[in-house]
Design a protein around this ligand. Structure first.
Ligand code: ADP
Ligand code: RBF
Ligand code: MG
Length: 385
């Protein structure tokens, strides 16, 4: 417990190799899994419940299919289900997006000549196809092992041990990065250091065996493991490929101005489900255009507000300007240009408020940098004024 409480960042353990999982860690495979199962079950008059995805993350195709047959009481066999949905998946592989931070991590490690391997429960052939759509990935891994190349898939340590053998390194000098529980279990059983990046929200309490749990790859600190630190943070912010979101301001929880003294303009998340699932929860910043008022600096939270334990992922931009009235219904457009920190829980309302004011300061200063200030003229937010 003491390990987790300390605020300094002590070196955890020095490693020399990084072993990455593919689905859910580097690739947003869940999106495709949800699409395919929705279509498949829909054909038979059943509805895919996105929450069931928990039963299949990190499993081999056979195990996952069997879990679906069981969960939905399907009358077909596991292999019948597999033969029907396998081609559906193959058609979608070209559409699987890299998760935020995946390209950044791969470029960083390969640029510093850190030895990298990939270990996945997915069959080798599928891995090759999936990564072929992502430039520079295949060349970055000196070893790739699929679920069909070991006797037992994760949670057995076998895949990871085979990777260490082929890299000719001791398992204890490998750092595994994994999104799923079976993967974390396998990595620890192999005697490796493990960072968990859970792909399913609000599950981090289940990952106690991992050496560290982070919210997304954006939060990885390689220097904790003796690896070269990222050097792309600027004034406490991480520049991102800019993204847009917009819509009318809707009534929020009424807590912003009343409880926190910090008004946040909620956006309706309707129609934004997939966009929101592409962006990890956390604190972001950028520019906000209000159709009748102009363009303002903005800092926002995306997520579940753990302090208040929301059930839905929300987007709550705080426009950094003193408005003398509410603007419900008005069109708001945002360009998000950078990331500040993961969402956190706080022991008191006071500490939450202080942190949000600190975020404000970080955002305000960063947005004066040419790198970020240029986006204030972005046609997307300008067109609303
Ligand atoms: P919430 O819990 O979502 O913050 P409130 O109703 O307390 O909800 O406050 C949100 C409303 O405050 C917004 O819809 C907006 O009209 C108004 N508002 C006033 N000033 C600001 C600001 N600087 N940034 C965002 N919203 C503001
Ligand atoms: N809520 C949290 O529970 N944890 C956070 O780390 C957090 N960070 C925030 C950062 C910013 C910049 C803003 C504007 C809000 C943040 N909130 C956070 C959300 C806050 O709790 C939310 O705005 C209230 O729920 C008001 O509705
Ligand atoms: Mg995974």
């Amino acid at each position: 417990m003491i390990k987790k409480m300390s605020t300094a960042q002590p070196l955890k353990k020095i490693v020399s190799c990084v072993i990455l999982d593919l689905d859910g860690t580097l690739l947003n495979t869940d999106g495709i899994v949800n699409d395919v199962l929705r279509v498949y079950l829909g054909k038979y008059g059943m509805q895919w419940d996105g929450r069931e995805v928990q039963k299949i993350v990190g499993k081999t195709p056979l195990e996952a299919a069997s879990a679906v047959v069981e969960a939905y009481g399907l009358s077909c066999t596991t292999s019948e289900l597999l033969s029907e949905i396998t081609p559906m998946f193959s058609n979608q592989w070209c559409n699987i997006k890299a998760l935020p931070g995946a390209n950044r991590l791969i470029k960083h490690l390969s640029g510093h000549r850190v030895s990298m391997a990939m270990a996945s429960n997915s069959p080798r052939e599928n891995i090759e196809t999936k990564i072929s759509f992502h430039q520079g990935w295949k060349e970055s891994f000196s070893v790739i092992i699929g679920g069909d190349e070991a006797r037992l898939g994760k949670p057995s340590p076998e895949i990871f041990l085979e990777v260490a053998k082929r890299l000719n390194v001791d398992p204890s000098s490998c750092l595994v990065i994994e999104d799923s529980l079976p993967g974390v279990t396998a990595g620890k059983a192999a005697g490796m250091e493990v960072v968990a990046v859970p792909s399913i929200p609000k599950q981090s309490h289940l990952y106690t065996s991992a050496d560290e749990v982070i919210n997304s790859l954006l939060d990885l600190q390689p220097e904790k493991w003796g690896l070269p630190p990222f050097q792309d943070w600027i004034k406490d912010t991480l520049p991102l490929e800019p993204w847009h979101i917009g819509g009318p301001v809707v009534k929020g929880f009424g807590r912003g101005s009343k409880v926190l003294g910090i008004p946040t303009a909620n956006l309706s998340t309707e129609g934004y489900g997939s966009l929101l699932s592409e962006h990890p929860s956390g604190v972001y910043f950028g520019w906000a255009g209000l159709s009748k008022r102009g363009v303002f600096k903005m800092v926002m939270s995306v997520g579940w507000n753990p302090y208040f334990n929301n059930t839905e992922k929300t987007i709550e931009p705080w426009l950094l300007h003193d408005f003398d009235e509410d603007f419900y219904g008005e069109e708001l457009r945002l360009i998000i240009v950078g990331y500040i920190r993961p969402e956190a829980n706080f022991s008191s309302l006071q500490s939450l408020i202080e942190k949000i004011h600190h975020d404000r300061k970080v955002a305000e200063e960063a947005l004066d940098l040419p790198l970020f200030s240029k986006y204030k003229d972005d046609p997307y937010i300008k067109s609303s004024t």
